[in-house]
Design a protein around this ligand. Structure first.
Ligand code: ADP
Length: 188
């Protein structure tokens, strides 16, 4: 198995790059944000449970994420590997992921990070709000999501850096420029 985590603040372009990376490397793309949005849209029990948390820009509990990940992974037995987008987001989730991947005889191979400045992120997310109308793209919720990212998710970079797996790229440029920067890191 070959497993990649893509990591970056809200609005850094993780989703777009994930689709391209998964295709190029033949990996199964799992986006926890996409899963939650489709559950909310379907008004499923899970969707109803997480809706207000997400609309406030808070994180869903680590325990709920373990179950969600395990069932998403079980849907793809025999995959070449996973491209994880939006998970892990806390140190506890990184530990849980280790266990989940070990169950599949795999581990985290590389962690890619998109580096984008907060001012640029706010601008992109406010634009996206107008195009896509995501409920968590209001100015107040965006700034909460950025705070949550800096306080809870960013520490993961040091965690993976300590394991020699962290590879950051500059996240401003065209989609293809950024994609090429990411591929260079994977291919190295
Ligand atoms: P963003 O574009 O802000 O990076 P995502 O689309 O990945 O966000 O996720 C949207 C929301 O779903 C998050 O703000 C959070 O509330 C919830 N969520 C997604 N993944 C996780 C996770 N791994 N742990 C906790 N909450 C999560």
């Amino acid at each position: 198995m070959y497993n990649i985590i893509i990591f970056g603040p809200p609005g850094s372009g993780k989703g777009t790059q994930s689709i391209k990376l998964a295709e190029k490397y033949g990996l199964t793309h799992i986006s926890t944000g996409d899963i939650f949005r489709s559950e909310i849209k379907a008004k499923s029990p899970l969707g109803l449970r997480v809706q207000s948390i997400i609309e406030n820009g808070e994180l869903v509990s680590d325990d709920l994420l373990v179950d969600l990940l395990r069932s998403a992974m079980q849907k793809h037995p025999g995959t070449e590997g996973f491209l994880l987008d939006g998970y892990p987001r806390t140190i506890q989730q990184a530990r849980d992921l280790e266990v989940l991947l070990t169950e599949l005889n795999g581990g985290v191979n590389v962690v890619l990070a998109l580096d984008v400045h907060d001012d640029e992120l706010m601008e992109r997310l406010l634009n996206r709000a107008q195009v896509e109308g995501r409920k968590d793209d209001t100015e107040e919720v965006i700034s909460n999501r950025l705070n949550v990212y800096h306080s809870q998710t960013k520490p993961l970079m040091a965690h993976y850096d300590g394991q020699g797996k962290m590879k950051s790229v500059h996240g401003v440029g065209t989609i293809d420029e950024i994609f090429n920067r990411l591929c260079e890191k994977v291919d190295k």
